[in-house]
Design a protein around this ligand. Structure first.
Ligand code: GCV
Length: 688
């Protein structure tokens, strides 16, 4: 992450940091002779050429003609076959996967071939990522294609600064990169830089506004279309397509119709005309994202219709243009009476959506949060993912660290996402069982972005690793999180000649590899969730949500804690899972420790599989978590000048806050449980 400014330049505002694409990261490709072949007027191919020029001019290589024996040949709309120049059947199917590319290494020369310029760009960044290894290995002929055709980042950005939520809802990285002062920014160059970073991970779709669509933002669909087209124009050079979040009430609020009933002919015609206008303005527009009947957003329930009716209304409108509708399954009652023990928020998405399986149009993607609650540090996988075989499902993750430290705490989330993607709802069968990553292949993956106009993009410089990792997992969900982190370190902290100091690599692994589990250890225990300050969701407040309408309770009393979600005596949520999990979770004896309080209400003296009681586990993990933060700080401080000073200063500031906050979490949680239970810490440590 070198600072690319020099002392002789007059810098009014520091340029955004290059994140994982400093020029040093281009050293291996930039030292070589690179050729680009393909349609000269293709906008993304122009980008590929510019990337090649940028790399080679920084490192002494050259851009040459394709027939001038290049070290790297990048070919769009062509195929590569050592035996023939024509397409054979196998090649057609390989290159027709859309974003796939083929890489051939022959005697140290590399050829990347792809059917589209965007796929070629992804292939180029693949070679960048490999560095010298791309050229040094044995001869090879590889095909690379993304596991998910739809790989989306959702921005919860508002055009206007919202009085409560700010400009970026749950944003911890400054303002929006798209909007400023109530309109689309004049200068969108940073958006193009963002698209470059995304293309380097394989992300190719971005929804540019908040799913909570307020009055100002609703108009992006109509009056502001030319402005949206400018954003799309800034993303397009890197092959990134634009999506919009729309309000289900738009026919009324924007169109002046008396209803938004999805079965009303006038409403259908309004949406068709709206979609026609969008695609006439932005021909490669991707589609709409909808949050309906959720947390106050309008939806089909108002008309006695269901979510299939609602989603299909929009699907019909976008279908002629090849558009897609991401319809969110995050639907629950946020006005629950906390006294009501029969309603369970965890059940809601399944109860609403599973019965609709098979009714969604082919171009509807039902976007399901990874857990049944709301992006907690630990939750079980949402049972909806296993309950809708007749629908295209997408997995929704949260890169922005709403509940995981708000980019003030170092918390590398890839291990958590990887666990979710690899979860096997039917257990391990003969063929090792179907995993979540297989179930969502048709609908892909989406995540809430953590980016803002902050100089480091993500507030905490180390939170860039989460954005990078999301992109890489969206391309290949089987990648090892530690290996992804290693890639990110290699690119981001590359020195001018491309090398990373070994100590830097070592320390970043020490600070980040296990940081999600560290965060879990000093916050809400054993899967119980929440316990955060209501509203902004930062810092501890054990009972903060206990008597609220949000359906997020832990039910702690003097004897025990946890939510009984069993079929036998609780809310019956365990019954939403197929076997074996419905039974594994049902039985307190088999329920995994880390989810015990999500599924069961147990006494503080309940002995975990780990051999300690629940209350002792709370004490132990909270003390250990703070110790681990101290170790991370010591590791970082040992870097002593090996990273740029501005990065160092920002990380130190964040680590100090992480320690302060972790101590607060530890002391509040330990004190709460000690006061409730009256059970002292077995090791006599300080509890207040
Ligand atoms: C955009 C959580 C967040 C909300 C967010 C919502 C959602 O409840 O706190 O800010 O709203 O999730 O995913 O729609």
């Amino acid at each position: 992450m070198p600072d690319e400014t020099t002392s002789s330049e007059i810098v009014v505002e520091p340029a955004p940091c290059p994140a994982w694409l400093p020029d040093g990261a281009l050293a291996a490709v930039g030292r070589r002779r690179v050729a680009v072949a393909g349609p000269p007027d293709d906008e993304v191919l122009v980008t590929v050429r510019r990337e090649a020029e940028r790399a080679t001019s920084a490192h002494g290589g050259a851009v040459v003609d394709p027939d001038d024996s290049p070290d790297i040949l990048l070919e769009a709309s062509s195929v590569l076959d050592s035996s023939s120049n024509g397409r054979n059947e196998d090649q057609v199917s390989t290159l027709d996967v859309g974003s796939g590319f083929r890489l051939v290494r022959d005697g140290g020369r590399v050829t990347v071939a792809a059917a589209t310029a965007t796929a070629l760009l992804h292939g180029w960044f693949h070679v960048v990522r490999l560095g010298e290894a791309a050229f040094a290995g044995p001869d090879a002929d590889e095909r690379h294609a993304p596991a998910f055709a739809l790989r989306v980042l959702d921005h919860w950005d508002n055009v206007d600064v919202h009085p409560v939520m700010g400009q970026v809802e749950r944003g911890y990285s400054g303002g929006s990169i798209f909007y400023d002062a109530g309109r689309v920014r004049e200068d969108l160059s940073r958006v193009t830089t963002y698209a470059r970073l995304l293309a380097a991970t394989g992300i190719d779709r971005v929804c540019i506004n908040n799913v909570n669509v307020h009055a100002r933002e609703a108009r992006l669909l109509t009056d502001d279309l030319p402005e949206v087209a400018r954003v799309a124009g800034a993303l397009r050079p890197y092959g990134v397509r634009t999506h919009l979040a729309v309000s289900f009430a738009a026919p009324m609020t924007l169109g002046g119709l008396p209803t938004s009933d999805p079965l009303d002919d006038g409403v259908r015609a309004w949406w068709r005309a709206a979609a026609d206008r969008v695609w006439a303005t932005i021909p490669d527009f991707g589609g709409f994202v909808v949050k309906a009947d959720s947390e106050g957003q309008p939806g089909p329930f108002a008309y006695g219709r269901d979510h299939a009716d609602g989603a299909n209304l929009l699907a019909e409108a976008v279908a002629p243009h090849g558009g897609v509708v991401h319809w969110r399954a995050f639907v629950y009652d946020h006005t629950q009476d906390w006294r009501d023990r029969s309603t369970d928020r965890a059940r809601a998405a399944y109860d609403h959506f599973a019965p609709l399986d098979g009714r969604f149009a082919e171009n509807v993607v039902v976007q399901v949060k990874h857990g049944p609650m709301d992006f907690q540090t630990r939750e079980p996988v949402s049972p909806v993912l296993a309950a809708m075989p007749g629908s295209r499902l997408a997995l929704e993750l949260q890169v922005t660290q709403e509940y995981t430290g708000q980019q003030r705490h170092a918390c590398y989330l890839a291990p958590w996402w990887s666990e979710n993607l690899g979860f096997r709802p039917w257990g391990h069968g003969d063929d090792d069982g179907v995993a979540v990553r297989d179930l969502v292949a048709p609908g892909g993956i989406a995540a809430v972005s953590n980016v803002g106009d902050d100089r480091f993009w993500t507030g905490h410089p180390l939170a860039q690793a989460n954005l990078y990792a999301f992109g890489r997992l969206a391309w290949d969900p089987t990648l090892d999180p530690a290996a992804i982190l290693d890639e990110w370190i290699g690119l981001t902290f590359a020195g001018p000649e491309g090398a990373v100091e070994p100590r830097v690599r070592e320390v970043l692994h020490a600070v980040l590899d296990d940081s999600w589990r560290t965060y879990e250890s000093y916050t809400a225990p054993l899967g119980v969730g929440f316990m955060v300050r209501p509203g902004h969701h930062y810092g501890p407040d054990v009972d903060g949500y206990e008597y609220t309408p949000w359906g997020t309770y832990h039910f702690a009393d003097r004897d025990g804690i946890g939510v009984d979600r069993t079929r036998a005596t609780g809310t019956g949520f365990t019954g939403q899972y197929p076997a074996p999990w419905r039974d594994v979770y049902e039985d307190v004896a088999t329920c995994p420790d880390e989810l015990l309080l999500f599924f069961h209400h147990v006494p503080y003296t309940h002995v975990l599989h780990s051999g300690v009681t629940v209350v002792q586990h709370v004490y132990d993990t909270h003390f250990a978590g703070v110790d681990r933060v101290r170790e991370a700080i010591a590791a970082w401080e040992s870097l002593d000048g090996r990273v740029p000073s501005d990065v160092d200063a920002r990380v130190r500031e964040r680590l100090a806050e992480q320690l302060r906050s972790a101590v607060e979490w530890r002391d509040q949680l330990n004190t709460y449980f000690f006061r409730k239970s009256g059970i002292p810490d077995a090791h006599g440590r300080t509890i207040f």
